[in-house]
Design a protein around this ligand. Structure first.
Ligand SMILES: Nc1ncnc2c1ncn2[C@@H]1O[C@H](COP(=O)(O)OP(=O)(O)OP(=O)(O)O)[C@@H](O)[C@H]1O
Ligand SMILES: [Mg+2]
Length: 344
């Protein structure tokens, strides 16, 4: 509707996850690396969690988009599936006939299908989206499927993507066997304020925007404040802001324009009356005033936590290097010792 007015080739803020619009924020990049690392491991489970609308499905679609030829992937977006339904669905996603087949038959077919793939030098990947909806026993069934092996190598690898509720499910005491098969896991957080601006600029440019600054700094601040950096919320709001700019024939969009749109959409989006702030992981935290009467600066803590995570990452990689160095040194010393001993 407004694309012509802004000289765009397409709508920049569609709600459907589109891999061609993939924006690699710090967390998205990290999650993508975990998935790619997982692929290279060719075994076990990779778990990506994240709050609603933070981009889990988008990441999955981007991964599937540029997956190698030797991997045959199937994606399941599950409602609540029983273990038997899961087995049936996995088989039909790999295009096996499940009609009139018992579970035992289907499992046999699945195993021989996976074995055939293996013989052709290929392997199978199962991507389970919305995994927070899977009952415990169904996750357990997934683990059983990962037991199909040939020469000690699993024939099926699975990635689980789900909202935060997936974490307590996987932490349950009886999930130990599953946990031990997780090779990497990662949590997707909402975008920071800088990333929120970059995300908007990226999507606008990708849709063909080429006329310089459209939004003022105040507009970007207000967009971040309202959406908390959650991509889906940003998309919904941005779509309305562009529509507003078109209807009002605005050349620039400032804080006031954004505020007007927020007033319109707040009701439609059923925004809670009481402001709810979110932490780095996207979990809701209290928005009670601090003792000095001001709402705590969440952004400050977010930045601090990000810096802390980076510092810890660095410290860990230094420790690993040091350990390797000491290890080598010990090996050398041991060899010298053995040599001297044999000289004696
Ligand atoms: N990294 C990203 N790059 C581009 N767009 C993104 C990114 N992350 C999220 N989006 C956009 O945000 C919206 C929500 O993303 P998506 O559906 O992937 O979230 P989700 O985490 O799977 O949500 P849910 O928990 O509801 O399943 C989509 O419109 C998608 O295009
Ligand atoms: Mg999703």
């Amino acid at each position: 509707m407004y694309e012509n007015y802004y000289g765009l080739d397409s709508k920049p803020f569609q709600l459907t996850p589109d891999p061609s619009f993939f924006f690699a924020s710090k967390w998205h990049k990290r999650a993508m690396s975990y998935l790619q690392y997982g692929l290279s491991q060719a075994e076990g489970f990779i778990v990506i969690t994240g709050d609603i609308g933070t981009g889990k499905t988008t990441i999955a679609n981007s991964l599937l988009n540029d997956i190698q030829d030797d991997i045959v992937a199937a994606q399941i977006v599950t409602p609540k599936l029983s273990p038997d339904e899961l087995v049936k669905m996995v088989a039909s996603k790999f295009e096996l006939d499940t009609n009139q087949r018992t579970k035992a038959d289907i499992l046999k077919d699945l195993e021989s299908f996976l074995f055939q793939l293996h013989k052709q030098g290929k392997r199978a990947l199962l991507l389970v989206d919305e995994a927070q909806n899977l009952p415990l026993e169904t996750i357990e069934e997934l683990r059983m499927l990962s037991n199909f092996q040939e020469m000690g190598k699993p024939l099926l690898q699975s990635f689980l993507l789900g909202q935060e509720e997936l974490q307590p499910i996987l932490r349950a005491p009886n999930m130990e066997q599953f946990r031990q098969r997780i090779v990497a896991s990662c949590h997707l957080a909402p975008l920071t304020d800088d990333e929120c601006k970059e995300y908007i600029e990226y999507r606008m440019a990708h849709a063909g925007w080429s006329r310089g600054e459209l939004f003022s700094d105040g507009a970007y601040d207000r967009i971040f404040q309202f959406t908390h950096g959650v991509p889906r919320k940003i998309n919904t709001l941005m779509d309305r802001i562009l529509l507003y700019g078109f209807l009002e024939e605005l050349e620039k969009l400032d804080e006031e324009a954004v505020e007007n749109v927020i007033k319109e959409v707040a009701d439609e989006m059923f925004v809670p009356d009481k402001p709810v702030l979110q932490d780095e992981g996207g979990s809701n935290i209290l928005s009670e005033p601090a003792s000095n009467g001001q709402v705590k600066d969440v952004q400050y803590y977010k930045t601090m936590l990000t810096e802390l995570t980076d510092a810890l990452d660095n410290a860990i990689s230094h420790k690993i290097k040091l350990t390797r160095y000491i290890d080598n040194l010990l090996k050398k010393k041991y060899k010298t010792y053995v040599r001297l001993k044999s000289d004696d």
